[in-house]
Design a protein around this ligand. Structure first.
Ligand SMILES: NC(=O)c1ccc[n+]([C@@H]2O[C@H](COP(=O)([O-])OP(=O)(O)OC[C@H]3O[C@@H](n4cnc5c(N)ncnc54)[C@H](O)[C@@H]3O)[C@@H](O)[C@H]2O)c1
Ligand SMILES: O=C(O)C(=O)C[C@]1(C(=O)O)C=C[C@@H](O)C=C1
Length: 308
């Protein structure tokens, strides 16, 4: 599909892209660039690309597709560094979890004649770094593109074809709408997880060793998200501030209402809510966004459980 692809940032997302690009034969040459020598060295050991450099401008020279996969707060600095070396006609995209802030940071550095099309694969894990990537990460996951009004339709089609070749389904969205949707489906759950794990570790009446010993309960599902990369999530919070604050405020209101229902023993209210949320889980499974297996399939994976 492309003569040369430049991957700027080679953590979970960058390295997963490297694997799928190789598997699908999507580029003649993959140039890998990242900030630290240590990460770059590890990417080289893993054979993720064809050339390696800590200078992002060197990586993007002659590239037909540039994919920026760095924490969202670093997007502006990366755009400034590559700006002068971009090839006319190149497609520049990103994978950042927030979109308005990335556009505000990167767009001013984009020279005439290149195609800047922001994007976000809704696919990830709690692991980070170049060892974390795998080719199947994007399979059957959504990738949201947030093209700008002036985006060239042909370049947009090319980027869509690329993501489809990576296994993704494509949706298009306005960047501000993207940030509100992701604030509720991704950023809020993450913050609830950080908060609940923090609360449990601060308790005085229950010891930390008891929390860990009996964690194979509801708590465990929050700890997976709470183990995610602190830099990435700090940046998401700071760069989607308004939408996150709005969702947190809605969440706090609803939590207070639940607190009140428990205090006044309003069983009907609790039962109705729990029935509604159970139906949402069912819809998620029907939409193919998760598997219909007890405990997310963990017991089956250990070989001691079945679907029924
Ligand atoms: N992890 C997820 O679940 C997930 C999913 C979708 C999108 N994203 C987004 O993808 C991006 C990358 O996330 P990740 O999970 O791959 O993170 P990661 O921590 O695994 O990797 C980040 C990479 O960026 C590099 N980097 C950091 N600052 C840099 C800079 N200033 N210049 C050049 N390189 C720099 C790091 O060395 C590393 O190679 C983030 O914007 C994140 O919001 C993450
Ligand atoms: O499953 C996870 O570990 C994730 O949180 C991945 C997840 C998500 O919320 O779905 C996290 C942030 C991204 O921007 C995209 C994907």
């Amino acid at each position: 599909m492309f003569g040369r692809i430049a991957l700027i940032g080679i953590g979970l997302i960058g390295s997963s892209l490297a694997h799928v690009i190789r598997r699908e034969g999507l580029a003649g040459h993959v140039a890998v660039s990242t900030r630290s020598e240590a990460t770059l060295g590890r990417a080289r050991e893993l054979g993720l690309g064809d050339s390696y450099t800590t200078d992002p401008a060197e990586a993007v020279r002659d590239a037909d597709l540039v994919i920026v996969s760095v924490p969202v707060g670093a997007s502006g600095a990366v755009a400034a560094a590559i700006s002068g070396a971009l090839k006319p006609g190149a497609i520049i995209t990103d994978v950042g979890s927030t979109k308005r802030s990335v556009i505000d940071q990167m767009l001013p550095h984009m020279p005439e004649g290149v195609h800047f099309i922001p994007g976000h694969p809704i696919a990830g894990t709690e692991y980070s770094g170049p060892d974390a990537g795998f080719a199947a990460l994007f399979t059957n996951r959504w990738c949201i593109l947030t093209p700008l009004p002036e985006t060239d339709p042909e370049a947009l089609d090319t980027l869509k074809t690329f993501w489809r070749a990576c296994g993704s389904d494509i949706d298009q969205m306005d960047p501000d709408h993207h940030d509100r949707v992701l604030a509720v489906v991704s950023h809020l759950p993450q913050l609830i997880s950080y908060n609940i794990v923090g609360t449990a570790s601060d308790l005085e009446t229950v010891t930390e060793s008891e929390v860990i010993k009996y964690s194979a309960s509801g708590f465990r599902d929050f700890t997976r998200l709470a183990a995610s990369d602190p830099t990435m999530w700090r940046d998401v919070c700071l760069h989607n501030k308004e939408a996150i604050l709005e969702m947190l405020s809605r969440f706090s209101e609803d939590l207070a209402s639940m607190q009140r229902a428990i205090r006044w023993e309003d069983g009907k209210k609790l039962f109705d809510l729990f029935t509604r949320t159970r139906a949402i889980r069912k819809s998620i499974i029907e939409a193919g966004q998760d598997v219909e297996m007890p405990d997310f399939g963990r017991q089956a994976a250990r070989g001691d459980g079945s679907k029924s």
